[in-house]
Design a protein around this ligand. Structure first.
Ligand SMILES: Cc1cc2nc3c(=O)[nH]c(=O)nc-3n(C[C@H](O)[C@H](O)[C@H](O)COP(=O)(O)OP(=O)(O)OC[C@H]3O[C@@H](n4cnc5c(N)ncnc54)[C@H](O)[C@@H]3O)c2cc1C
Length: 508
């Protein structure tokens, strides 16, 4: 009898869980053993934080062609048309699949799935569950993951890929509770480690969105793509504290809220034909300019067109959060600012999640399948995180992988120091985030990017020296990943001399 096909999925968000479930579902006589390695519980993922919803063509008045067109328009034609068509075509099946698994989405009065409109969409096509759509999808997927006898979850942090003869054969991990290092061996490794928002000062991403998978891929020589394209969400709730900031979903503007300048004038009037619902990069850039020129830390979101009762009904999480801060949504203006939100680029893959390295796949936000191009159409990422894993799973099961002779073992990479100098690493990480925000954020200049690159290289040198001496403190692991991700973003931005999508380069 064949021994089971061993697959390691790094990341327990929607992309990782969807891939694990597809592997379990599609396995035939060749049984699979899927191990999800996740450094945090599911509530720490970007997936869980997703508010607005998932785009899919469900309205008979809508069309696949229109969804494809909107995706290409926002992506400024830098998308891979084949991938766009595939993802859009399979959208309705994904929604029906989730419903069959037990997901609950908001309904219209006639019982049909309710659809919202978001920025860049020419029609209402976003399936949602209040303002907690990600949490709802995570809930059902997690339920099925726990019920599957083929899937287990390991609470560890993946630190590096294990490569042998040019093929990926596993991952090196660290157990945060015991500090134990393991080399975990598999026939196929899937990176689904999510976003990179934490390389910036303000981000809507949770603390775990540090781009680990991308950093691991870079260190292993796996090519990335489109790293210059970092989407900033225009409307994060203003705070002067660095770190994760609370998102005020675009659906709030879809429901009628309007952006105002500090003097109360409408912010998007005359800027773009779609006004407040223009593509995110246009809105974020307009806000950034207003803030820069006026020396103000935020602009305002007037929620009064929605009304208190409707706001509380349709956006319960945002409502609760704002009220805790003394803001009455539906009546008051909410102070907002842009924040790093989504990485359009990532580890380069084909339409089946395959990277250029044998045995290595990448899915979800850490991957660049070509769906988004130079900017992401709102609510396309949850869809991508469900569609591509299905094809990746089929591909992994089809691949004629030779059986690995190695099995899991304690890593020979035993640290000489696991806890030293965390304060120093923290300070360097903060400095790096400030540099990225100032010079590689929404508004970029060539000089600023060169300056950022020099600072990143300085941090990189110190990091590599400490690593070579055998230091393995968690802070150093985080800094090493941040250096790799930041360098990739800055170098990609320098290689894009023309402003496109989220990437704007010019004079301030
Ligand atoms: C506030 C917010 C709102 C959003 N709203 C929407 C929306 O309405 N619609 C939409 O389409 N998209 C939305 N997005 C984007 C979308 O949520 C993400 O792109 C998508 O969920 C990414 O899924 P993922 O599985 O790739 O990554 P994630 O869900 O981030 O999962 C990554 C997983 O990898 C694990 N991990 C990371 N590094 C390691 C490591 N080194 N070792 C082990 N495990 C690791 C993490 O713990 C986590 O389990 C939103 C994002 C945010 C932050």
């Amino acid at each position: 009898m064949n021994s089971p096909l061993d697959v390691i999925v790094v990341g327990g968000g929607i992309a990782g869980m969807a891939c694990a479930l597809e592997l379990a579902q599609q396995q035939g006589t060749r049984k699979v053993r899927v191990r999800i390695i996740a450094k945090e519980p599911v509530i720490g993922s970007n997936s869980y934080a997703a508010q607005g919803g998932m785009a899919a063509v469900l309205d008979p008045a809508d069309s696949m062609a229109a969804h494809v067109r909107d995706t290409l328009t926002v992506g400024e034609g830098r998308n891979d048309l084949r991938v766009v068509r595939r993802v859009v075509r399979e959208g309705p099946a994904m929604v029906h699949g989730l419903l069959a698994m037990g997901a609950v989405f908001d309904r219209n009065a006639d019982g049909g799935v309710a659809l919202a409109r978001e920025g860049g969409h020419t029609t209402a096509r976003v399936v949602h569950r209040l303002d907690r759509t990600g949490a709802e999808i995570v809930r059902v997927l997690h339920q099925h993951v726990r019920a599957s006898s083929s899937i287990s979850v390991i609470d560890e942090q993946a630190v590096d890929l294990l490569v042998d003869g040019g093929a990926c054969i596993g991952v090196r991990t660290r157990d945060p509770r015991t500090g134990r290092w393991m080399d975990r061996i598999a026939h196929a490794v899937v990176l689904a480690t999510g976003g990179t928002g934490q390389v910036y000062e303000h981000t809507t991403n949770p603390p775990g969105a540090t781009g680990d998978g991308i950093a691991m891929a870079v260190r292993a020589g796996v090519p990335l793509k489109d790293m210059a394209f970092v989407q900033f969400h225009p409307t994060a709730l203003y705070t002067d504290r660095p770190g994760t900031v609370f998102l005020i979903s675009e659906a709030v503007r879809g429901a009628g809220a309007r952006l105002l300048r500090p003097d109360g004038r409408p912010l998007m009037e005359g800027v773009h034909p779609q006004g407040d619902l223009a593509p995110r990069n246009v809105v974020a850039r307009t806000i950034a300019r207003v803030m820069l020129r006026g020396h103000v830390p935020n602009v305002w979101l007037d929620t009064s067109p929605i009304g208190i009762r409707r706001f509380a009904r349709d956006f319960p999480s945002i409502n609760t959060h704002c009220r805790e801060l003394g803001i009455m949504p539906g009546r008051d203006r909410i102070p907002v600012m842009p924040a790093a939100h989504y990485l359009c680029g990532g580890i380069m893959t084909d339409a089946q999640g395959r990277t250029t390295m044998k045995g290595l796949y990448a899915l979800g936000e850490c991957a660049c399948s070509g769906l988004h191009g130079a900017d992401r159409l709102a609510s396309n990422s949850l869809l991508e995180a469900l569609v591509i894993p299905r094809h990746a799973a089929a591909r992994i099961l089809r691949a004629r992988t030779k059986h690995a002779t190695l099995t899991d073992h304690h890593s020979p990479d035993v640290p000489v120091a696991d806890t030293v100098a965390n304060d120093d690493h923290e300070a360097m990480l903060h400095g790096l985030r400030r540099t990225m925000t100032r010079h590689a954020g929404i508004l970029r200049t060539t000089n600023g990017l060169h300056l950022a690159l020099r600072r990143i290289e300085q941090a990189g040198l110190r990091t590599e020296r400490a690593w070579a001496k055998g230091e393995r403190a968690p802070g150093l692991i985080a800094l090493r990943n941040a250096v790799a991700v930041s360098r990739s973003i800055v170098m990609a931005a320098l290689s894009e001399p023309v402003s496109t999508g989220t990437h704007w380069i010019g004079r301030m």
